[in-house]
Design a protein. Sequence first.
Length: 280
Amino acid sequence: MKLPQKTLAFIAQHLPGFSAPATKSSTPPDKEYTIDELARAANTTVRNIRAYQDKGLLAPPELRGRKGFYFNTHLARLRVIAGLLDRGYSLSSIKELISALENGVDLRHLMGLESALTSPWTDEEPMLVPMTELLMMFGGGLTPEALLRANELDLIKPEGTMMRVRSMRTLRAGAELVSTGIPLEDLLDIVRMLRGNVERVANELVRLVGDHVLSNYETQELPPTDEFPKLADLVWRLRPLAEMAVHAELARAMETAASRLLSDRLEKIIERMNREKSGK
């Protein structure tokens, strides 16, 4: 079953980053292309076009004698493929997506689920910061060793004459703790430890969703059409739930650790102050 021009235009319209769908003014509905002309129009290569045909992603041309002719439906399909490749999809995934559309799955449902899965889980954007600003934040604590560790943890990355900071919130929290006298390198060790633990928790939580929710569809090529919005909603709800769970457990752990590790020292300080006061 071939996707009609309207459907292909609909895909191009609803997927961010795609070229605008062909219009009557730029590509008349009955326009024909040789393979070289199609490659130029789609900003691809003849080799790619033939490869897409071999993989079943692109319909073969209409043969007239020994010459093949392509149409706007081919051009639109190539634009869809290019847009999905730019978004990180593999050719096999693109084939599955197009197959799903041909079988009546609403594109908006598919894209809603894709958006829920791939959208950033934080509203914080990386920032470019001058090295002088980092030195002002951390002072002498920003040693070459600390910079190397921060780079390994992907917290700070050099970019030209600037430094790309993945999370200014994390950096400001670190600077605040360093100002109390805690060495930056020790804090970075804690970040490494925290990341390992959090990643294990995240992997297990996602595994539970896969085992107990998505496994219901393993015997089907695709979930029922009306299930796509439910799955997308599940992923969106998972985000704040995961954050709340981690926050609550970290708060509990900090309370326990502070009570266990600091109460003895605080008690000794108070006893010493009382002795000094009594001796006066």
